[in-house]
Design a protein around this ligand. Structure first.
Ligand SMILES: Nc1ncnc2c1ncn2[C@@H]1O[C@H](COP(=O)(O)OP(=O)(O)OP(=O)(O)O)[C@@H](O)[C@H]1O
Length: 684
């Protein structure tokens, strides 16, 4: 009766209404918020106690721990800490009458479609308790005040009264969530903590002052044989652990467990009546125990006592003893790092729930224009309610042929089209879906029948190429989907990976030739050199291909090189060969210039081969093939044994003056200048 009534700030009332009526599916986050408040409160007193240790108190009170208790009878979930607690003034100010700046910001963000999960980031996490509770009681004891009870049912008012039971907490805060009818699943302590715990010290049982349920029975020897069901049989969530894993303050969950005990060892007192169970369902621990006493086993088996099931409540510490940064980096998994990041950022970038079914149709877009159009084939649902048909800006343009539905659990139902476009949540969903879609494509590529991918490639290859140009993030993934015919593919389509796999040791680059059709390209003189060296060349017959290769620059560190490029080399030259080439280039230059003048554009190409002798090197033939008479594209090959040495074809690198090629100096006397040239094999 002595409760004082206070009015909530109007924004806070709006916030609570929004939360309590929310259809948001990821309600679990309330536990993260309440536990993190409890941990903050513990940190605060720990900090103050650095300068004044008396503040901590003695015995249990000095132990900064957090306890989570479920009360099935009263339908409450209680989170209790021994933190700093709140004074009367704190309660009024922090829990209601004064709206924090975050209140308004959060309301605005939610109106724009922000995820409720982000509530903690706006500094109003406490109110997330109304996601699962329709009434919240906060009992708190601050060193400088009496024990107080704050209570709210999300209406416009809250009450504060002195606790008639006096100081039962010592110090700290107890948040009692009176769960909504349909949120009772949070009473399932297996849901709150599902990981079978490594045996850890149990929290000292403190009888909660406001819980009429008899407190957990003291731990008895038989508990050692208790068995927590394996993970797979439990509910698929480990909430408290998920949210407290990285807290410094120990978090204990009072776990309801069913244990089997031999009948005669069973303690008679306090336990609820247990049902009898057939003995074959033994816990592994019991089997181990049996194994240890193997000698007496046969006798024991006969005398196996009847097993009875009992329900016990027992605190289990759920977060690890050491914070992650104090552990050896070697033993920390990527998942732990990711989870730690999530706990640091209060749910930022955390998971979201959505389902999607997407299809790649078999038929191609009917015309090329369609390639430029946006995807109009995705229907967007929020919790099974269709909110957008033909939602255009969802998938990138190059995936405009994908059809299907997406159903998100985490979006507000009342989103407008504009909000949808801005929604970061939707962008994240789209990003994930693009990855999935690309996976779907590579699965088609892996199918047994190559015809499937050929069909896909014929219909949507252009889209993939546009994707490489437009989707930076997925460029590499998309490049894996590219297919080409090549000089060695015999009509089949090959991937860049296949090309790279077949490359010779010395080959570093990917060679291609561009042209209108494979047929025309097959006879191209540009292929000669590559053919002689056994190098595979890709046929780029789509006008997009070359542009694509320029934009990509390289594929997995292999550059794209056109075989029509001037000065092409295949990367297998030795230094000596390069020196030779330089030498020959110097000597061929005047000859080439002369021939250019002589023949003009009447010839297509000139090949000049010269056999070189170099003391340190095996002799080799250098061939100069040119359609442009450029001396740049010299090419090297070992002397084929069957080829007879051309007469007078020796160029001694050490005495370059032996071949006087003075074409530039005396252009008017071609015959004369050509005379020394017989030392080279000329082939027009
Ligand atoms: N267990 C607790 N012990 C002491 N004070 C608490 C406790 N829980 C809440 N409070 C007080 O209530 C305030 C409001 O909590 P709320 O969760 O809404 O915001 P916050 O903790 O400031 O920010 P965040 O949501 O980021 O944790 C806290 O700042 C704190 O002063």
């Amino acid at each position: 009766e002595e409760a004082e009534q206070y009015a909530f700030n109007a924004d806070v009332t709006r916030l609570m209404k929004l939360i309590i009526n929310s259809l948001y599916s990821n309600k679990d986050i309330f536990l993260r918020e309440i536990i993190s408040n409890a941990a903050d409160a513990s940190d605060k007193i720990r900090f103050l106690a650095l300068t004044d240790p008396k503040l901590l108190g003695e015995g249990d009170q000095a132990k900064l721990e957090i306890f989570v208790d479920a009360d099935e009878e009263h339908n409450t979930l209680t989170i209790r800490d021994r933190g700093i607690g709140m004074t009367h003034k704190d309660l009024i100010e922090t829990l209601g009458t004064i709206a924090k700046s975050g209140t308004q910001n959060f309301l605005e963000a939610v109106a724009k479609g922000a995820d409720l999960n982000l509530i903690g980031q706006f500094g109003v996490g406490f109110y997330s308790s109304f996601l699962v509770a329709d009434r919240v009681t906060v009992i708190t004891k601050h060193n400088e005040d009496k024990q107080l009870i704050w209570e709210s049912d999300a209406s416009e008012h809250f009450t504060i009264r002195e606790d008639p039971e006096g100081n039962t907490l010592g110090r700290g805060t107890k948040v009692i969530l009176h769960l909504k009818e349909d949120e009772k699943q949070y009473l399932d302590t297996q849901k709150i903590h599902v990981r079978p715990a490594v045996p850890r010290p149990f929290a000292p049982p403190i009888r909660p002052a406001h819980s009429p349920r008899p407190f957990a029975p003291p731990i008895r020897p038989f508990v050692s044989s208790c068995r927590v069901p394996p993970l797979s049989r439990l509910l698929p969530q480990d909430l408290a652990l998920r949210y407290s894993e990285f807290l410094d303050t120990p978090v204990f969950v009072n776990m309801k467990k069913t244990v089997k005990v031999p009948e005669e060892k069973a303690p008679e007192e306090e336990e609820k009546p247990a049902e009898e169970k057939p003995e074959e369902e033994k816990a592994p621990e019991e089997e181990e125990e049996e194994a240890e006493t193997a000698d007496e086993k046969p006798a024991e088996e006969e005398a196996e006592p009847k097993m009875v099931e009992r329900t016990v409540w027992e605190y289990e510490r759920i977060n690890p003893n050491r914070p992650i940064w104090m552990r050896s980096p070697k033993e920390i998994t990527d998942e732990e790092y990711t989870n730690f990041y999530k706990s640091l950022t209060k749910g930022e970038n955390s998971e979201m729930n959505f389902r999607a079914i997407l299809y790649t149709p078999e038929t191609a877009p009917t015309n090329t224009l369609e390639l430029m159009e946006k995807n109009k084939h995705i229907k967007l649902f929020v919790r099974r309610v269709l909110i957008a048909d033909e939602f255009e800006d969802f998938l990138p343009r190059y995936l405009n042929f994908i059809r299907g539905v997406v159903d998100s659990d985490d979006m507000p139902l009342n989103v407008s089209r504009e909000m949808l476009q801005e929604s970061s949540l939707l962008k994240t969903i789209a990003k994930r879906l693009v990855r999935k879609i690309l996976e779907m494509f590579s699965q088609i590529a892996k199918r047994e029948s190559p015809e499937d991918y050929r069909k896909f490639w014929k219909n949507f290859g252009k889209n993939i190429k546009v994707g490489i140009l437009e989707d930076q993030a997925n460029k590499q993934r998309l490049a894996k989907l590219l297919r080409f015919e090549s000089t060695k593919s015999a009509g089949e389509l090959i991937s860049l990976d296949q090309y790279v796999e077949r490359m010779g040791k010395a080959q570093a680059d990917i060679y291609f030739i561009t042209g209108e059709s494979v047929q025309l390209l097959r006879d191209s003189p540009f292929l000669d050199a590559a053919r002689r060296k056994g190098i595979e060349v890709l046929f780029f017959t789509d006008p997009l291909d070359e542009y694509l290769s320029q934009v990509m620059g390289q594929y997995e560190s292999h550059k794209f090189i056109s075989v029509a490029k001037e000065g092409l080399s295949f990367g297998d030259e030795t230094q000596a060969q390069k020196d030779h080439a330089k030498l020959l280039k110097e000597r061929f230059e005047p000859l080439t210039a002369y021939m250019r003048r002589l023949l003009g554009d009447r010839v297509e190409r000139v090949t000049i081969s010269a056999r070189l002798r170099e003391p340190s090197e095996a002799p080799c033939v250098l061939t100069h093939t040119s359609s442009s008479f450029s001396p740049d594209d010299l090419e090297y090959a070992p002397v084929p044994e069957s080829v007879p040495e051309p007469e007078n074809a020796e160029v001694d690198g050490s005495q370059p003056t032996e071949i006087p090629l003075e074409a530039e100096a005396e252009p008017e006397a071609p015959k004369q200048e050509a005379e020394p040239a017989p030392s080279m094999h000329e082939d027009l």
